[in-house]
Design a binder for this molecule. Sequence first.
Ligand SMILES: CC(C)(COP(=O)(O)OP(=O)(O)OC[C@H]1O[C@@H](n2cnc3c(N)ncnc32)[C@H](O)[C@@H]1OP(=O)(O)O)[C@@H](O)C(=O)NCCC(=O)NCCS
Length: 182
Amino acid sequence: MLTGRRVALRARHEEDIPLLRTGLYDDAVTGSRAAARPWTPMPPDAKDPRLHVDGLDVMNVSFSVVDVESDALVGTATLWGIDAHHRGGHVGLGILPSARGKGYGTDVVAVLCHYGFVVRGLRRLQIETLADNTAMLRAAERNGFTREGVLRSSAWVLGEFLDEVVLGLLAPEWQARQRATA
Ligand SMILES: CC(C)(COP(=O)(O)OP(=O)(O)OC[C@H]1O[C@@H](n2cnc3c(N)ncnc32)[C@H](O)[C@@H]1OP(=O)(O)O)[C@@H](O)C(=O)NCCC(=O)NCCS
């Protein structure tokens, strides 16, 4: 369990899966914007790799996100594509629609940074998001991520090509921010 100001990140529990599936992946619009894969309907008993995790994959680590006080499930978080040679990894998250806009996403990014830099000893974390995803861009920048570039027309989303923004944060930058806020 990793704890932030607003959220705790814990292992995925079987009972989390129906709520996460309904909130984040069942709807074609939400699912298409959040995923790198085309949206397809997912049967209830399918072992969707975005939701079913065995805890043994150390390069793609999934958490369930709960409210730190009430323990209510609010979303999912991943540190994926961890590269042990180049010491990098990618941050991903999804907050359930009813829990958005309350500061959870920003705190999830903060906790994933702690996991990536402290627990895993990484040097660089990266976020890729659609250029119109203002909430994700703000959550990243609030945690010190820098916009490094735009991948023009890189994502096919619901009938149009959208730009993606790449953001990066290096361990020394994160450590300096930690010292400044201690
Ligand atoms: C993107 C997402 C993770 C953000 O989480 P959240 O809990 O809603 O975000 P927060 O409440 O921490 O808000 C972050 C910032 O975005 C702003 N914000 C929140 N919702 C917003 C919206 N709909 N439009 C514009 N800004 C918004 C907040 O005011 C805050 O800005 P501030 O720090 O300047 O006050 C969440 O909306 C989500 O899960 N979206 C769908 C899945 C997704 O896009 N995942 C990311 C894929 S890379």
